[in-house]
Structure formats: C-alpha cells, structure tokens
Design a protein around this ligand. Structure first.
Ligand code: PLP
Length: 445
C-alpha cells in the first residue's frame, strides 16, 4: 500500500463517503494528471469521466492555466477584498458580466458553489428588507434540488438522503414538483400534460407571492438529483411567472455553467435573464476554488445608502476574490475564446447522443438523459415497469467499479451513472468512455 493511502485511511475523512467501507477497501491515490486522464500512484491512467466532480473543462495541466497561476504567484498570492481591491478580481468581474445573461452587472465573489448560493439567498432576503417588503422572506425550491451543503443551501435542498437528518436545523422553503418527465408524479404523458409542473408553480406563486423572496432553480438540469432534466420551455416559463409575481429568480449555474449544456450558460438555452446567477465549478477550468454570485443593478442599488441606514451586505470570506483563483479563471475564459470551445462542442455532443442510443437499449437501462455534455444513465431492475434495483444491491456503484478496471473514473448518484467528461475530450475519447460504460453495464448487472 502506498504511504499516502495509509495516511489517508488513518487521518482523512472524505466527503459523502461511508468511511467504514472506505477504510477497509483498497483505494486509488491520484498522483498526477494530464489532459483528460488521471494517473494514480502505480502509474495507471484513467479517463476523468466526471471532470473531477464536474469542474475540469480544458483538461488537466492546461499550459495556459498553469502559466497564469505561476505568473500570478510572482505578484501576489492573496490579499483581502475587505477594504482593498486586486487586479485579477476586477478584470474577471468585468469579463463575467460581459458573458453573463443581460442585466447581471455586479459580481460578488466567494469560494465554492455552496457559498455562492448562500450569498444569493442572503442577498435576496436582505433586498426585500431594503425595499420595504419585509414579509418577503421565503424561498421556492424544487423537489430533488441540490444547491450545496451549508445550512442555508441544505434548507433549499430537496434530496431526502442527504438533507433529511438536518431538518431541525433548517429554514423551511416552499417545495414545488421537480419538472423531470421520467419521474413525473403529475402526469404519465409528457406530450399532452401541458407542463402541469409549471401550473403548480403558478398556483404557489399566486397564493404566496407576498411572502416569497425568491425562487431558486438549477436551470435545465437538476444535477445531483441524478441529472434530472426539465422539459423545453420550463425555465422560460419559470422566468415569466417569477417576473409576473415579483419574486426574484436565482439561477444556480454551479453545475451547468461554462459550456456544459452546449452554451456558456444554461439560461442562454431559453434566453432567460435571471435576477441572480451563481457560478463555481468550471469557473477556473477546474483548477482553484472560486465562486461568484452575479446580480442586477436593481438589487445592488438597494444596498446603497449612508452608514446610518445599515444597508451593507455583511457577508464575506477570508479568501474572497483570491488573485490566484481569479487569474486561473481569466485564463479559463481566454481559452474559451481563443480555442472556440463552445463552437467546437456540437460534434462531441452528437457523438455522445449517438452512442447513448445503443446504451439506452441495454436491458437494465431505464432512462438516458443528455443535455450537452451532461449525461445521466438511470439503471432499473425492470425497465418496462420502472422498478429500481434494491438499494443494497448498489447497482450504480458496481457499474462504476467495473468501469475503473477498464480505465474510466465515473461516480454514480444512487443508480444513475453520471458521465460528465471535460469539454476538451475529443469525439474519439467520448466514444471510448461511453463504450466502457456500455461494457461495464453489460458485465456488472
Ligand atoms: N449548486 C449546484 C447546482 C451544484 O451541483 C453544487 C455541487 O454539486 C453546488 C451548488 C455546491 O457546490 P460546491 O460543492 O462547490 O459547494
């Protein structure tokens, strides 16, 4: 056993991990990476099929990002944003505003997806206090939502397995049905249902708008729920209704941002301009922890006033606007422009769609969902009757462990196989990774 594995097992507590199981089984230790591959301490190479938890965009050891961080190290690694500004953070804010949906003109930095959402929730709450509508305090969120693991973001979460235990600690949002067609409880026919999920939302908004501060949504894809995808037009309808009832729309693009859906942001797919947008994961190309909450002049202006008015947004973190992370993010955006990354996604998305048709026909594949290079393959013991595998059979985990033997790192969410490769993967690499998934499903179940 490698020294690092020994030390890990002795001292490290891993996220979302059953540690009793972890410590008793051999584990991989990643020592290096290059392109779309991770390399372990024995020199074995694996495709990074989940982009190191959905963060990596241009591959590992991307020369321009490596250089941007090294160059910034030669200037300053960190200085506080309390009472001071820094060059990369200012430059990045301008560029983020330049690519964001119209109207999002201000950038508030934080460190990860959860804190970006936490900022949005607090900002929305305080905004209504300043606007003289203090009763607007509640949030609408979707069933199965995942917005992070801090107490505020767990409050607007809806995944029972992760969130139930913390209920006594949390504030209570208003839940609306997840718009995922495959699991829909409202209608059995998506072609004729007239988007009943949106009708439920309208009913909630009409009854409760006076007490609602905002609606938070993962646009197009509820990622951690197992890549549940909303029907076309749902997001635009949510925008229309939140505007009609004067409720702020928070688009959580932590997972969907930076090209994952085939456009820079998922909101663009339905020409939606939210009141707030949260970004993290791909913002630095997968290099450094950084997040941003973008918002409108209308919201920003509500926080302006003299000291006596006490309108300051009292929120911040030690590493807010870290220059190294902002330098990495600037390099990330430069690569998007120089290498025309979004423009090059079409053939990759099509190649994946093509291969997924074969996977969809496998015996134990109940549903295959794709939005750009975000893919969820849901396993079912009985696909015709939509009967899942018993939980203790860990069907998803078995498939992913088999895939490792063939050189692909993927992770399941329950029995949904998540495939989210770096955008830099070539068509051939995407086909090869999906072929490994196909083979692993066939051999494991
Ligand atoms: N929001 C969404 C939509 C996410 O998918 C995630 C993480 O998966 C988060 C927020 C939380 O991000 P982080 O894990 O960086 O705190």
């Amino acid at each position: 056993m490698h020294q690092a594995e020994k030390k890990d097992k002795e001292y490290v507590w891993h996220p979302f991990t059953q540690m009793q199981d972890w410590s008793t089984r051999p584990q991989k230790v990643i020592a290096a990476a290059r392109g779309v591959k991770l390399i372990d301490t024995d020199g074995n190479q694996f495709y990074d099929g989940v982009s190191s938890l959905w963060v990596n965009i241009h591959g590992h050891r991307k020369a321009q990002i490596d250089k941007a961080i090294i160059d910034q190290l030669g200037k300053v690694a960190h200085s506080t944003m309390l009472g001071l500004a820094n060059i990369p953070a200012a430059e990045l804010a301008e560029q983020l505003v330049g690519i964001a949906p119209p109207g999002l003109n201000k950038v508030f930095y934080s460190d990860d997806g959860s804190t970006a959402v936490e900022v949005a929730l607090k900002m929305a709450f305080q905004y209504w206090q300043h606007k003289g509508k203090p009763a607007k305090q509640k949030f609408i969120t979707l069933e199965q939502a995942y917005h992070g693991d801090t107490v505020g973001t767990v409050s607007v979460g809806g995944i029972d397995l992760f969130h139930r235990v913390f209920k006594p600690l949390l504030f209570t949002p208003v839940h609306i049905p997840s718009p995922s067609c495959y699991h829909c409880q409202l209608s059995s026919d998506r072609t004729t249902c007239g988007m009943q999920c949106a009708s439920v939302l309208e009913q909630v908004l009409s009854e409760h708008h006076a007490e609602l501060a905002g609606l938070i949504i993962e646009p197009l894809v509820q990622a951690a729920a197992g890549m549940l995808m909303s029907p076309p037009g749902y997001l635009a309808k949510v925008r229309e209704l939140t505007q009609k009832y004067n409720v702020l729309l928070i688009a959580d693009e932590v997972a969907t941002g930076f090209g994952r859906t085939g456009k820079m942001f998922a909101c663009e797919q339905e020409a939606v301009a939210p009141d707030m947008m949260t970004l993290s994961k791909g913002i630095t190309g997968g290099y450094m922890p950084l997040a941003a909450t973008l918002t409108t002049d209308e919201i920003y202006n509500a926080f302006l006033g003299g000291y006596a008015e006490k309108k300051t947004f009292y929120h911040g973190h030690s590493y807010t606007g870290n220059p190294l992370a902002c330098a990495a993010a600037l390099a990330n955006l430069r690569i998007f422009r120089d290498e025309k990354v979004i423009e090059g996604l079409g053939p990759k998305i099509e190649a994946a769609a093509d291969k997924l048709q074969t996977i969809a026909r496998l015996d134990y594949v109940g549903d295959v969902r794709q939005c750009g290079l975000i893919i969820g393959i849901e396993l079912m013991q009985d696909k015709a009757r939509k009967i899942p595998f018993p939980w203790e059979q860990a069907a998803g985990s078995r498939v992913c462990l088999t895939a490792r033997q063939y050189g692909l790192i993927i992770r399941p969410i329950g029995d949904v196989i998540i495939f989210m490769p770096p955008l830099a993967s070539t068509v051939d690499e995407i086909i090869e990774m999906l072929a490994i998934i196909e083979r692993s499903v066939r051999e494991s179940l």
